[in-house]
Design a protein around this ligand. Structure first.
Ligand code: RB5
Length: 148
């Protein structure tokens, strides 16, 4: 299950992402926003992030105007590793190296063709599990335990 969250800046792209996930037969839970009206991205980062934190969803996709605000909000949540990606190289690397569990994109930054390739790369790339990456992620988790 994939958790989805967006604000008005990401609303249109999120509709295209949902259609793409449907075409791939991938299940998702949409935590909104559900209209193009102006809203606050942190509210939807939290809703989607909580579903990833609880294990209800194994990954999440977040979209705001830039991908930045919604990823900053999600990254304040313990256990969330949200990566803003504007290309397939970073989408692949953040899965292999960071075991990122949420992808963030900007609806005003990437066009739908590229965005859907980024989604596929993110969802289809496993974590490498290599020792040095496990060690580095453990250090992020230590930071969370100290500061959160
Ligand atoms: C909303 O106008 C915009 O600020 C938001 O979608 C996002 O880009 C913030 O980082």
């Amino acid at each position: 299950m994939i958790a989805l969250g967006c604000d008005h800046g990401g609303f249109e792209l999120m509709q295209q992402i949902k259609a793409h996930l449907d075409s791939r037969g991938l299940a998702y839970t949409d935590f909104g926003t559900f209209t193009p009206e102006s809203c606050d991205y942190a509210d939807f980062a939290v809703k989607a992030g909580e579903a990833v934190q609880s294990g209800e969803c194994e990954k999440g996709i977040l979209v705001c105007g830039t991908g930045i605000g919604i990823s900053i909000a999600a990254n304040k949540m313990k256990g969330i590793r949200a990566a803003v990606c504007t290309d397939c190289f970073t989408a692949e690397a953040t899965r292999l190296h960071n075991d990122a569990n949420m992808l963030a994109m900007g609806g005003r930054v990437v066009g739908p063709g590229l965005a859907l390739k980024i989604v596929d790369t993110f969802l289809d790339t496993p974590f490498s599990g290599e020792e040095r990456h496990v060690r580095r992620i453990a250090k992020i988790q230590e930071l969370e335990n100290e500061d959160m």
